[in-house]
Structures are given as structure tokens and as C-alpha cells.
Design a protein around this ligand. Structure first.
Ligand SMILES: Nc1ncnc2c1ncn2[C@@H]1O[C@H](COP(=O)(O)OP(=O)(O)O)[C@@H](O)[C@H]1O
Ligand SMILES: O=P(O)(O)O[C@H]1O[C@H](CO)[C@@H](O[C@H]2O[C@H](CO)[C@@H](O)[C@H](O)[C@H]2O)[C@H](O)[C@H]1O
Length: 448
């Protein structure tokens, strides 16, 4: 990490305590707020000020600690403070407070925030502030995201040459893998990842100890891209095959694993030790999920049997750096090619877990789960699922030269479905039936 390229906290026109007070009602309504399962305690973990070069607004980024029975995170909340506008309406308005009145707005879609961000950010060579983007046409992506992304269209009127700014909501100390990994892959010439064009770092306090990490990353925008999950849902809904796209994705994931192995070499552990660790991590995942979501107890004996069988294996493949949270929503289809985004890993896991060397097959298991989700959401038949799964695996096997180990694949799908049980309970309770069905398929009905 380098020194944060922004001004230190400055006296604001309204205090952080006043801002925090208005956020207490607003935050729980946000898609990315991770503590929807109970009362959360919201306190300040830090703040920073960015400078809008045009001086239209004061930009304040609050770093907010959220503690609930199941969550303890620091969230990033960029705000823009407009004096004297008093427009208590419109997209992004949160509150009007203070005397004279100050409009507190959600910063992310506000050109003043974006100007200030580009000014403060570091880049791989050219300065982010020199990018030819039209900030007045910037728009925030709405959808099923854990973070918040804003598209900055190219200044020529269409999106060519544009960029996308991803504001990390839950902060992690140290280099964020979503900055670090794409930088390394792009530098090594792997062109299936959008190139990072800029990033911003910040510091905050974690239980009184200083912490620092990436706050956001700006990447090349892949124009006219279709989101892989939407594509799969469309095809499943129309009863059309996803097989060719799945096979091609399998081949791209294999090439991603080659590129990751070359860009980020890792030390190997003996296969029996790796099996013990994998078994322990499955057991820990189940304990975690069981503690967070009611109704999983019945599967304890079945999970214990999987854990024991796995721990006894002595033939695990080598581990390497992986994507870590690969699903179809991270795969963009454009110009007849797949592009892979979002190397941040599982947002609910610790950064140590997200960056740990792992089985490459975990990423394939992630896409298999995603195929299952697409079918569940859009009425895909068992045949549709089976064909898509087989094609993904065939594409991966052909390109990697290795056939997926069936037991490992099933264990990794199980692990992911447990993660999803928690993710859905916290974020989309109406979708908890999707991982629950997968758990029943993988473990049987449960015997407690
Ligand atoms: N470089 C890019 N070009 C075009 N669209 C992108 C790019 N990166 C991300 N997206 C779109 O933005 C969405 C959110 O990005 P993602 O990194 O997955 O955020 P999150 O971690 O919040 O889910 C993706 O589903 C994709 O549709
Ligand atoms: O993309 P993120 O890094 O935010 O990942 C989180 O959110 C995903 C949902 O947006 C979630 O993915 C799950 O739902 C998807 C459909 O919306 C499905 O395709 C995935 O297979 C399923 O895991 C992901 O788990 C979570 O970490």
C-alpha cells in the first residue's frame, strides 16, 4: 500500500456525527447493507475528504462500522454535501441538515464526487483525472451487487473508451484482490480481464488499531456486454441451450487459471495436508453457516461423513491462486468473447481466506452453482441444467487437459451452497430456497 492520495479529514460544514445520524435510517435500506437480519449498531470508523476541483460540493467519505449478531464490517459511504441547494428530492438525496441547510446526497452517482475521486486516485501510468469520460452522463448500476459500480461513459457520446468505477462497500485491510489480481493479469497480457485504470486507498480504525486498504477501483468498461447470468436466465427461460457458451466459458476459466498460476506463484503443501485443510475448511464452513442460518442442523451427519472422507484423501491436485467467487454474473459476454470480472473473492469471507491458494476447481464449482441458480430463477429444466454443466466441464477439461475430480467438485459445490445459504438469508431472503434445494440434492434430506 502507498500513502493515501487524498486530503486528511478536514472540518466539514456538517459534522460526521450529524451525517452518521441521518445514515442510520438510510443504510439498512441499501442492497449492499449486510446486516438485514437484525438490529445493527452503526458507529464511525473514520472518514476522509476529497476535493471537487470545481468546488460544487464537499465530498466526505464516511467509513462506518456495522455490528450485528452476525456481521462486523466497516462499510464505505461516499457522500456529497451541497450547500444551499435545499432540493429535498431527486435521485441520491438523503437528507437536508444544518444551518444554513446542506443537502446530503449519496455521492456515488454525483459528478462532483466522481471528479473528486478521479483527481485523488492513483493509476497504472496515466493519471485517472486525464481520462476522457463524461461524468454528467455517469450512471450507477442497480442490481444484485454487493458493492456499488458507476459507469463513466466515454466522452465521445457512446460508451467506447469508458470506464467503470467500483466502490467497495465492505472494506478489507491491505491490497484488495480486485485491484491487485486484475493488475497482475493485465500486466501479463491476459486480455480476458478489464484493465484497471485507477484506484484509491484510505485508512480507518479497526477496534482502535489503524487499518488501510483500497476503497475503489476504476476499470476499462467492456462495451455492449451481456451479463452471463442474465444471458443464461434468458436462454433457460426460452428453453434454449447454454451449452456452447458454457463450453467456451470453461475454456476461458482454464486459461484464467493458467494466467493466475503464472502471475501469482504459490508454495505447495503435500497432498495429504491439503486434504486435511480442505476437510477442515468444509467443517468450518458448515459450523459458520449453521450458526448463521436456522434449519441446517439436520445435515450435520451428512456433512461430517463428507469431511471424514475428504480428510482421508492423499491425491489432491496442486493449489493455486483462484478467482474465489466465480459465478455467471462475473462473466461478461462481448464481441463473441468472455471477460472475467470481480476478483475480490467472497464478500462474506476474510481477506486471508480470499487470497489463500486453493483448488482451481472451486471456480468451476462456482459456475455450476450459478447454472443451477439461472435454472431456478428462470424455469430451466433438469435437461437444460445437465447439458450446461456437462459443456462447462468439457470445455474446461479440453483446455486444461485435466478431467474434474467428481468428489472434489461435489464438495466444492456443497461448500458454495452453504455460503449461499448465509448470503441469501442476509441479502435476499426470498431466494434461500435455491441453496436449500442444492443442499438437499447434495446431502439428502437430512437425518437429525
Ligand atoms: N469492466 C466492466 N465492463 C462492463 N461491465 C462491468 C465491468 N465490470 C463490472 N461490470 C458490470 O457491473 C456489475 C457489477 O460488478 P461486480 O464487479 O460484479 O460488482 P459486485 O462485486 O458489486 O457484484 C457486473 O455484474 C457487470 O455487469
Ligand atoms: O457478485 P458478488 O461479489 O457480489 O457476489 C455475491 O453476490 C452474488 C449475487 O449477486 C452471489 O451469487 C449467488 O447468486 C447468483 C445469482 O444472483 C448466482 O449466479 C451465484 O451462483 C450465487 O452464488 C455470490 O454468492 C455472492 O458472493
Amino acid at each position: 500500500m502507498t500513502t493515501p492520495a487524498h486530503q486528511p479529514a478536514q472540518p466539514a460544514s456538517v459534522s460526521d456525527a450529524e451525517l452518521l445520524a441521518v445514515l442510520r435510517d438510510w443504510l439498512p435500506e441499501r442492497r449492499w447493507f449486510p446486516a438485514k437480519d437484525g438490529d445493527a449498531e452503526i458507529t464511525s470508523a473514520g472518514a476522509l475528504t476529497l476535493v471537487d476541483p470545481r468546488g460544487e460540493a464537499e465530498i466526505r467519505i464516511l467509513l462506518v462500522r456495522v455490528v450485528s449478531p452476525t456481521v462486523d464490517v466497516v462499510l464505505q459511504v461516499p457522500l456529497s454535501l451541497h450547500r444551499g441547494r435545499n432540493r429535498a428530492s431527486g435521485a441520491g438525496w438523503i437528507a437536508t441538515i444544518g444551518t444554513p441547510p446542506v443537502d446530503v446526497r449519496d455521492g456515488v452517482g454525483d459528478p462532483a464526487f466522481l471528479r473528486a475521486w478521479l483527481e485523488a486516485a492513483s493509476g497504472p501510468g496515466s493519471a485517472p483525472a486525464d481520462l476522457d469520460v463524461d461524468l454528467d452522463k455517469a450512471h450507477v448500476i442497480t442490481g444484485e451487487q454487493s458493492n456499488t459500480s458507476v459507469i463513466l461513459p466515454g466522452a465521445d457520446g457512446d460508451a467506447r473508451g469508458g470506464a467503470i468505477l467500483k466502490i467497495f462497500r465492505a472494506l478489507t485491510p491491505g491490497d484488495n484482490p480486485d485491484v491487485d489480481v486484475p493488475r497482475r493479469l493485465a500486466a501479463d497480457g491476459w486480455w480476458h480481464v478489464p484493465r484497471p485504470l485507477g484506484w484509491l486507498e484510505g485508512s480507518w480504525s479497526e477496534d482502535g488499531a489503524p487499518a488501510a486498504g483500497h476503497l475503489a477501483v476504476l476499470s476499462e468498461f467492456v462495451t455492449q456486454a451481456a451479463d452471463g447470468f442474465e444471458l443464461a436466465c434468458d436462454l433457460a427461460g426460452r428453453g434454449e441451450s447454454f451449452a456452447d457458451l458454457a463450453a467456451d466459458l470453461g475454456a476461458v476459466v482454464a486459461s484464467m487459471h493458467r494466467a493466475l498460476a503464472a502471475a501469482i506463484p504459490v508454495a505447495q503443501t503435500p497432498a495429504d495436508a491439503a486434504a486435511t485443510e480442505l476437510a477442515a475448511s468444509l467443517a468450518a464452513r458448515f459450523r459458520w453457516a449453521r450458526g448463521a442460518v436456522p434449519g441446517l442442523d439436520a445435515w450435520a451427519p451428512a456433512v461430517a461423513a463428507r469431511v471424514a472422507h475428504l480428510a482421508a484423501r492423499t491425491d489432491l491436485p496442486n493449489r493455486q491462486r483462484v478467482h474465489g467467487d466465480l459465478h455467471l454474473g462475473q462473466a461478461l459476454r462481448a464481441r463473441g468473447e468472455w471477460f472475467i470480472t470481480d476478483f475480490e473473492g467472497e464478500p462474506l469471507s476474510t481477506v486471508a481466506d480470499r487470497t489463500r491458494p486453493d483448488l482451481a476447481l472451486r471456480d468451476i464449482a462456482g459456475v455450476l452453482r450459478s447454472i443451477d441458480y439461472a435454472a431456478a430463477v428462470s424455469g430451466g429444466t433438469p435437461d437444460w441444467i445437465e447439458t450446461a454443466r456437462a459443456s462447462l466441464l468439457a470445455g474446461y477439461a479440453t483446455s486444461s487437459g485435466t478431467t474434474a475430480d467428481a468428489e472434489l467438485l461435489e464438495v466444492l459445490e456443497l461448500d458454495k451452497a452453504l455460503y449461499e445459504a448465509v448470503y441469501e438469508a442476509r441479502n435476499r431472503p426470498q431466494w434461500t430456497h435455491i441453496p436449500a434445494a442444492a443442499l438437499t440434492r447434495l446431502l439428502g434430506p437430512g437425518t437429525a
